[in-house]
Write a protein that binds this ligand. Structure first.
Ligand SMILES: [Zn+2]
Length: 262
């Protein structure tokens, strides 16, 4: 059985949900929304895995963000054990972020690349797709993925979350077999209309990145997975397609990319 909506990237493991996660999940149930809770370091990955063990309609992604917690290394035995939990469907969010990096030194870039490549190899080992965070670093990211693709073939796969680049960059990821996902940002800027319009239906997914970037009409509030429907609506409007068709495509793509079978 498939849900009506799929928010493929949320952080309901964030402390902003500490007091009312049960209500947030209740609202998801009543609106038929599923989500993937994403970790950004060891602690939040563990929380994500715990939450996904607890609810049938919640999945998790485990990994270390390039800049959120720079004190952490990728401790593989720790993540090996976490990956054994139920409903862990991806590795990340991991990637490269030269925008938020405190200094853009070669050393910092090397640190991020090493951290990312470790998680990429881990994803291959446990046969999961990658949940990639990439900002101001797409040329280096594409270089890494292209060279690793030669080595690993279709085992290397995944999604570029919070996609905010142009059609040319999107095409390069599609050629590698990767999908991209869009957030509520679509509801308050037209900057990404062109890339949404251009992207094939089977290559795109919907996400909230909650608690961040609430879509219109919830700007200024804490974001949460049920608001993903605003993103789906906006994708349908931009593509000039029926809502129901887009709803179904976003859910099927999530099932396919993250190997969800229910
Ligand atoms: Zn995120």
């Amino acid at each position: 059985m498939k849900p009506k909506f799929f928010d493929i990237h949320s952080h309901i493991n964030d402390e902003k949900f500490d007091g009312d996660i049960v209500d947030v999940v209740k609202r998801m149930d009543s609106e038929d929304v599923w989500t993937i809770v994403v970790g950004t370091d060891r602690r939040s990955s563990q929380l994500a895995a715990q939450i996904s063990c607890f609810y049938d309609n919640i999945f998790s992604s485990i990994g270390i963000h390039p800049t959120d917690n720079t004190a952490e290394h990728f401790n593989e035995p720790y993540f090996d054990e976490l990956a054994e939990s139920d409903n862990v469907v991806a590795v990340g969010e991991c990637g490269l972020d030269y925008f938020r990096a405190k200094d853009e030194s070669e050393e910092e870039k090397r640190r991020q690349k090493k951290l990312f490549e470790k998680q990429l190899e881990f994803a291959i080992k446990i046969n999961r797709p990658l949940m990639i965070h990439c900002r101001n670093a797409h040329s280096d990211m594409l270089d890494i993925l292209n060279s690793k693709k030669k080595e690993h073939g279709d085992l290397l796969r995944g999604n570029i979350h919070f996609f905010s680049e142009d059609t040319e960059t999107a095409k390069k990821y599609f050629d590698l077999g990767f999908a991209i996902s869009f957030t509520g940002v679509l509801t308050f800027t037209n900057d990404y209309d062109e890339v949404v319009e251009y992207s094939p239906f089977d290559k795109i997914m919907s996400e909230t990145d909650s608690p961040y970037v609430s879509p219109v009409p919830h700007r200024g509030e804490r974001n949460e997975p049920v608001y993903v429907k605003e993103v789906v609506k906006r994708i349908a409007d931009i593509k000039n397609e029926e809502y129901i068709k887009v709803e179904k495509a976003m859910v099927s793509n999530a099932f396919r990319v993250f190997n969800i079978n229910t």
